[in-house]
Design a protein around this ligand. Structure first.
Ligand SMILES: C[S@@+](CC[C@H](N)C(=O)[O-])C[C@H]1O[C@@H](n2cnc3c(N)ncnc32)[C@H](O)[C@@H]1O
Length: 229
């Protein structure tokens, strides 16, 4: 298969997730849906094997069809709530993309074995990335890399996390921007602008409903975020 066809399987968001997957790893893609991510990595010869897991049967049917259609090898399909039915032996790099930050946190919490062995989590929250970063820091997971990308005019962040057992403080700039504070470029700027707008909206809502002390807390966080721009 040509490189062009392989790239067709992943957009900028999934390509950024894929770029953080370690060569020769055993990958688990949780909430795989169409399985484009494991298929493209398998076809590129970048991984030893993959588990394509989803909580619903319908996406797994389309995953199975796509695996057959593109002739990808060594991809196992698993019906699983999070990592519940994924064997730790099959999952060293774990991608959880396209879900809310709180759901991603609960999937990580429910798989204590993610704290053992040299596991790498590649996480792409659609919402509440702040809550996910706070969770990771409170639970002893370090964020070792983070990048933003623009896909269909929307900005997304992909973070890479590994467990080292150190519980960390999560100041506002890390909570809202993660390691994007160390990045530069239009994607990072667009991400900061998007976080700024959301925080401002939240503050306006709190003020309207008279919750002034909560609004003041968010205002402090917003100031910290704006200082990173
Ligand atoms: C929006 S799709 C994302 C697909 C792909 N990961 C991506 O980023 O393009 C979310 C998928 O996650 C699945 N999902 C939701 N909750 C899940 C859970 N607890 N465990 C496994 N899969 C889940 C859904 O069934 C759906 O197929």
């Amino acid at each position: 298969m040509s490189n062009e066809k392989r790239e067709f399987l992943t957009d900028e968001r999934l390509s950024l997730c894929a770029s953080f997957v370690r060569d020769g790893t055993r990958l688990a893609d949780i909430g795989t849906d169409h399985a484009y991510l494991p298929i493209s990595l398998a076809l590129a010869g970048k991984i030893e094997s993959a588990v394509a897991a989803d909580i619903r049967k319908k996406p797994l049917k389309s995953a199975e069809e796509n695996i057959g259609k593109y002739g990808a090898k060594n991809i196992k399909i698993v019906l699983s709530d999070g990592l519940d039915r994924v064997s730790p032996e099959d999952a060293y790099d774990i991608v959880i993309a396209g879900m809310g930050g709180e759901l991603i946190s609960s999937i990580i919490k429910n798989a204590p074995w993610l704290r053992e062995g040299s596991r790498r989590l590649i996480l792409q929250p659609m919402t509440r990335a702040d809550s996910l970063r706070s969770f990771l820091y409170a639970e002893g997971f370090e964020i070792i890399a983070e990048k933003a990308c623009i896909c269909s005019k929307k900005v997304y962040s992909v973070m890479v996390s590994e467990y080292d057992g150190k519980v960390r403080e999560c100041p506002a700039e890390i909570k809202y921007l993660g390691l994007l504070t160390k990045e530069s470029g239009v994607e990072r700027d667009m991400y900061i602008d998007s976080v700024t707008r959301k925080l401002q909206k939240k503050i306006n809502g709190l003020k309207k409903s008279g919750r002034l002390s909560e609004a003041a807390e968010y205002e402090n966080e917003l100031t910290a975020v704006k200082m990173c721009r």
